[in-house]
Design a protein around this ligand. Structure first.
Ligand code: NAP
Length: 253
């Protein structure tokens, strides 16, 4: 069989976007993949069927991504999803859709960069050892959702680790505040969102005890930081039926 025949047939949704265009270039360069479709807004999804797509990669917007994932599952096409905005309800909906096509793999990862995944892991490990913890995420101002999916996921991991260790919520004597001043509360963890021209994607976790502060920080300086994780996802998703959450599940394999 030729390389062309064995190469994974990949379609990118959101192909004209910042992430989508970088994924198209990365897939084009990967010798074990071929880019069979590059779709953006208003393009017909049926092209994915005629092009023989095996895996879609979705970097679109939170308002259309569910439609894409549902569409792919019904047609037996695997999905690697970087688009954010996945709530518990949305994840349940994906799980439900997969019951009708259990052979399909869907990977949803709020962050495809290795450094960001490790930051989440370090934050989870450190969280039970500190009295206070807060998360700050910083992004370019064209980002549509806040807080970022990564920050949401980080806060959930921190909260889970603290609950398991029986640690109380971070102390906070605030009695009066302008709405939003203390950030969004995600499972008892304050998450602050900064939107600033010049930034790409950054996250800090601040952990405090009497007399000491530990700061964990990750900076995605360029969208190329996400590409090894996306390509790994494309390679792995076909052999992982059902829903896989987070790149960390592949790193631990
Ligand atoms: P972006 O530049 O706005 O790209 C989104 C693209 O999707 C745009 O070209 C948009 O077209 C297109 N689109 C909108 N509706 C569509 C539809 N129905 N079908 C196909 N394409 C459609 O955004 P981005 O910065 O690339 O980010 C995309 C998503 O990825 C966001 O949710 C972001 O938070 C997330 N993200 C995830 C990671 C990760 O590692 N998981 C990393 C970075 C970003 P129009 O502009 O014409 O609407």
């Amino acid at each position: 069989m030729t390389q062309e025949n064995t190469a994974i047939a990949v379609a990118v949704l959101g192909a004209a976007g910042r992430m989508g265009s970088a994924v198209c270039a990365a897939v084009d360069e990967a010798s074990d993949m071929r880019l069979v479709a590059a779709l953006d807004v208003a393009d017909d999804l049926e092209q994915l069927v005629t092009s023989g797509t095996e895996v879609i990669v979705d970097f679109t917007t939170p308002d259309v991504v569910m439609e894409h994932v549902d569409w792919a599952i019904v047609r037996g096409i695997h999905a690697v999803v970087g688009t954010t905005g996945f709530t518990t309800e949305r994840l349940d909906r994906v799980r439900h859709a997969l019951t009708a096509r259990p052979e399909v793999g869907v990977l949803i990862a709020p962050n495809f960069s290795l450094g960001a995944v490790l930051l989440m892991r370090f934050a989870r490990d450190a969280a039970p050892h500190f009295e206070s913890v807060e998360v700050i995420e910083l992004h370019h101002p064209d980002k549509l959702d806040a807080p970022s999916g990564t920050a949401r996921h980080t806060a959930e991991m921190i909260a889970e680790a603290r609950q398991a260790a029986g640690i109380d919520q971070s102390p906070d004597a605030t009695a009066e505040e302008i709405a939003g001043a203390r950030g969004a509360m995600i499972e008892g963890v304050s998450v602050h969102s900064v939107r600033l021209r010049g930034l790409v994607a950054h996250e800090e976790v601040l952990l405090g005890n009497p007399g000491e502060v530990l700061t964990l920080r990750h900076d995605s300086l360029d969208r190329s930081s996400f590409m090894p994780g996306v390509l790994l996802g494309i390679r792995e998703v076909r052999s992982r039926p059902g829903l896989t959450l987070g790149l960390e599940a592949l790193l631990d394999a």
